[in-house]
Design a protein. Structure first.
Length: 308
């Protein structure tokens, strides 16, 4: 199953309502996440992807002045601005201004919620924020450090905030491989050993993948990467059973790293924790995602859900 809601049944149901132009269930689904910022980020991002091509967010905000309506508008506006910028659409600058206004409004509606700031952080690459880096990084890469620090003040281990910040340093957004690795290592080492943020170096490793390099697929077998994946397997994977939804994307990065490191036994356990759910990353970097994922599952002795 490739649906981004995975086993969050509430979210899956709300996605159906949003596609039909109804927002009442979206309000309820987001309102119950006010004390769970990880779930709030996940649900608001998925719902924004469903609502971005309609006027639902604007209608909702016009009819309800609530933090949830404002957050949905911010998420949708940011998604539209990023799409326009990546497509080099003439409306990109105007859409970015709208998105910044929407993020500011959502932040004012709920000053404790880091999610509007995380949404804003995802646009940092559009206006190339270049604050000086703190001590402790070898490459000292400039970036949106002040904005990121504000997110951390509200929620120190905010998962999406860390991933959005790391993405600023990816080569496809004007960064460099060394800067991305440096930032990923710096951030992951700060996090508790049982945190999914320990996966950040594996994300940076996939992002730096260059199929033209000699023996590049053997990279994950190197001791530093194998030990990184095994440590996450030992310390974070047991925590997943307590999550309110299956963190499919994080599990996919871990399963991929273990599979590439020829640790099929451990990879099998991670695939089992994922259940029948799937996501395009990191598999799409290496080929057609369904084929890559199916190949990895079969190599670990697991069936492919839905395969004949």
């Amino acid at each position: 199953m490739w649906h981004p809601a995975a086993d969050d049944r509430t979210l899956a149901s709300v996605c159906t309502d949003v596609r039909a132009g109804r927002y009442l269930s979206a309000h309820q689904a987001l309102e119950e996440t006010r004390s769970d910022y990880g779930l709030r980020a996940h649900r608001s991002l998925v719902l924004a992807s469903e609502a971005a091509d309609s006027d639902l967010a604007e209608r909702w905000l016009a009819e309800e002045q609530t933090p949830e309506a404002a957050l949905m508008w911010a998420r949708v506006a940011v998604l539209r601005a990023l799409r326009a910028a990546d497509a080099k659409d003439d409306r990109a600058e105007a859409l970015e201004r709208i998105a910044l206004t929407a993020c500011d409004r959502a932040a004012l509606m709920d000053r404790a919620d880091p999610t509007p700031w995380v949404a804003r952080l995802s646009m940092a690459r559009l206006h190339d924020l270049r604050d000086p880096a703190p001590e402790g990084l070898l490459t000292r890469p400039p970036g949106p450090w002040r904005l990121f620090s504000h997110v951390l003040r509200l929620d120190p281990w905010n998962r999406e905030g860390h991933h959005r910040f790391l993405a600023f340093f990816f080569t496809r957004y004007g960064g460099s491989v060394n800067a991305a690795w440096d930032v990923a290592a710096f951030l992951s080492q700060r996090a508790p050993v049982s945190s999914p943020l320990r996966l950040l170096p594996l994300v940076a490793l996939v992002e730096s993948y260059n199929p033209t390099q000699l023996l590049v697929d053997r990279t994950w077998e190197q001791p530093q990467w194998r030990s990184t994946a095994l440590a996450i397997y030992q310390n974070w994977l047991p925590e997943v059973a307590g999550y309110r939804f299956t963190p499919v994307l994080d599990l996919a990065y871990l399963a991929h790293a273990l599979f590439m490191a020829q640790r099929e036994f451990e990879a099998r356990a991670v695939f089992t924790a994922m259940g029948p759910y799937a996501c395009r990353m990191p598999w799409s970097v290496f080929g057609e995602p369904a084929e890559q994922l199916s190949r990895a599952r079969r190599a670990c002795g697991l069936p492919v859900p839905g395969a004949g």
